[in-house]
Design a protein around this ligand. Sequence first.
Ligand code: SAH
Length: 398
Amino acid sequence: MEKSIHLHPGREKSLLRRHPWVFSGAIQQVKGEPAAGDTVAIRAANGEFLAWCAYSPVSQIRARVWTWDPAEEVNIDFFRRRLASAINLRRKCGVEAGGDAYRLVHGESDGLPGLVIDRYAGVLSVQILSAGMERWRETVFHLLSELMQPDSIYERSDAEVRRLEGLVERSALVTGKALEGAIWINENGLMFPVDVAGGHKTGFYLDQRSNRKVVRNLARGRKVLDCFSYSGGFTLNALVGEAESVLAVDSSADALHAGQQALERNQLDATRVTWLEGDVFQVLRTLRDKGETFDLIVLDPPKFAPTQAQAQRAARGYKDINLLAFKLLNPGGFLVTFSCSGGVDLPLFQKIVAGAALDAGVEASFIQRLGQDVDHPVGLYFPEGEYLKGMVVFVHTQ
Ligand code: SAH
């Protein structure tokens, strides 16, 4: 008997628009007793075939689409084709010209739901985030060895979202050389240490690569404040761009230590940088109370709102730090501000930043919109793939 999911009448609409998720509320009946990760047919209420999907019995996202083609089989060749296509897209975009660290696979937007693969020099860092992809785990590792010949593959399936899929967290070397210490990567000519086994996400915030160059180009002669600096991606670029000084703030001592190592390795002038371990919300207030000012401020906070339900609270957090930043900026200064919250879209983020400028009493203009780099494609039918929003704001001299 065919394993299949039958939708309530009318609930096929999002699938006809090629959105790759089937939510539990859309489902009328599940036939054939599929297990977690099984490939099932999705059918409209009238029985019409819509797609082949992976079944995930405990998740709100009950199924994720593998293919819309009724004749396409989900097997090792399917994964070989999809992985090869993701790898080729990066080649076509010339991603390697920007260094040896980039996202090789960006989940749904690369036709591989639940799979994230980042390349850090010779190491592939893999996140498996859905029951469907978990089923094909060994196949994916086998194909990665075949297609990429990495020195090592490391699995970082320790993201919390795995629990929503009924999966346990896992973080371990899969194959190849054991990782001893940090992997050094090259990003636009700068070297950074990446702790593939223990760093945030898969080890580094690759999505900011092109935006770090934007900061590099704005930094000359400026007094810079890099908030939520992690290992100093923006800080080091500001230095290369001849910033007068940089204050880097992060709550993670390990991240700041990595930044210091990077500074040394790149032989940059350490006397121009101060690394400050602290809570940005507090530090901004302290700087304001001391009457300190800056000419360029970067705000790159962690995710405040993974989903729309948390958007209200997140909005308050963004408003708070952006308002404080505007108060600390000298006239003629730049604010480079980001949100990586899926639950906060660009219009909302822009409204929050405009509200913060208004309350701070400054005249300001957006001069550039920023987003994730080309190795983080966004499926046109999958707006959720676009999570990083940013803008460069110029504060007028009145
Ligand atoms: N700008 C960085 C990435 C920032 S990720 C880059 O270019 O690589 C978010 C960072 O915020 C993390 O390093 C995390 O340690 C830090 N963080 C989270 N909450 C914080 C807080 N309240 N105060 C300071 N840092 C915080």
